[in-house]
Unconditional design. Structure first.
Lengths: 253, 253
């Protein structure tokens, strides 16, 4: 399997490219709308055809590239079935692996950051990775105060589902704000300050309820846009133009 | 390939187990003498036979388990040829891959922490790892003030040889003192405070010459012992007994 980790700096999002060397097909996990040209260039340089986009959840901090990539290169849109988005081609459910050429992705329902959040595990011979979305970040986790977020649910998702994987499983998060790129289940179990080294549910709930995070500045545009698989709002204020900058400028967008 | 990352807490050393599922043979990279029983138990639980031990360099902070493992289970000892240790069965050189069943390890001469230091790269289908020894640690690097250590050489080893690998190559260091377990070349290139984000050689030399680290407390025992592939000193002071504790107590030791 061909693997690339791509970074989108406006929302500090990691997009993951998984490519099948045999069929030449690829998928992108959590592609970002303002990085479409970059993603297509990487795919082209690897001689891969984008067959599928796969989102971990309905993002609040960026707009998915799923719909625009479908319009530009014909990729199908995969996303959690539980969110019942009418624009989705492949509804993801736990227990039903997603197959693309030689690539198999096992969906893990990991609610808490959002109700419909999924992580995706991908075993490929010598590698065992989990794309943990916003459920588990390196030394952190996604917030739980919007989109039916629920600290108790997130605690269960991480400690009972993700931490049940073996220590060597690599953790590839959807974001990092300090240029960290990869961790492992063992690392997060031992040192994640919110969820690791034996944190109790009560401790986690106290941490999450005391974060005092600001209102997410892009959420009112991102969530409605992402419920349509990635529509950039017409009325985007000037100071938020970079979130859809590329799409506004691109003749194909 | 079967892969395990094992931690030895006295010296905060990571030992890596690489096992071939086809032949049932395994190698241990940087095994530690006081963790022999743990390592043999893990091998047994995985139904693997230890065929080889492989050290990255002559360690100053712990005693390698190479010789004792050879005595106990007949494993061969591989180590950098440049160090000319008479106890070594397989002298490692850059350009000559080490093969064990389906596992291939490519040695990379990476002097600087010690003159004879090697990193080992292992590509296994979907995984691409470099066992970076003490040359490159997560957000750090090994010291350069003993054993012909040389900051200029280490700078070249890391920036010209390890950073030449692709961003997604996983970095598995020989140590971490904060429970971090894995990084990637891309992560270290972008955020290693000593060697990443465009540090110049002059900056690196200034950092290394200003570390003011204490004299390594075990070096006078470890280096001579490791020059014999892991001999525990007879005259070990009581307060250092934990470095060889197991061997002193083990009837097979």
């Amino acid at each position: 399997m061909i693997f690339r980790q791509l970074f989108e700096p406006v929302s500090s999002t990691y997009t993951y490219l998984l490519g099948c060397e045999t069929t030449g097909q690829a998928m992108l996990i959590d592609p970002v709308v303002n990085a479409i040209d970059r993603d297509l260039q990487v795919l082209q340089s690897l001689r891969l055809t984008l067959a599928l986009t796969l989102d971990t959840h309905i993002h609040a901090d960026h707009i998915t590239a799923a719909l625009h990539l479908k319009q530009r290169v014909g990729s199908r849109i995969a996303a959690p079935a539980i969110d019942r988005l009418p624009c989705v081609d492949v509804g993801i459910e736990e227990g039903t692996p997603l197959q693309l050429g030689g690539i198999q992705v096992d969906p893990l329902h990991t609610p808490g950051h959002t109700e419909g959040h999924f992580a995706y595990r991908c075993i490929d011979n010598g590698s065992d990775r989990v794309f943990s979305g916003d459920a588990l970040l390196i030394d952190g986790c996604g917030r739980t105060d919007f989109q039916n977020g629920d600290a108790t649910a997130l605690y269960k998702s991480v400690t009972e589902k993700l931490f049940a994987l073996s220590d060597e499983v690599l953790v590839y998060p959807a974001h990092d704000y300090q240029n960290r790129r990869v961790s492992s289940i063992g690392q997060e179990k031992s040192r994640n300050p919110r969820l690791g080294h034996g944190r109790t549910l009560e401790e986690f709930k106290t941490i999450m309820s005391g974060l005092n995070l600001p209102y997410p500045k892009f959420i009112d545009y991102a969530v409605p846009g992402n419920r349509h698989c990635g529509v950039c709002p017409q009325d985007l204020p000037e100071q938020m133009r970079e979130y859809c900058e590329h799409m506004a400028e691109s003749p194909q967008g």
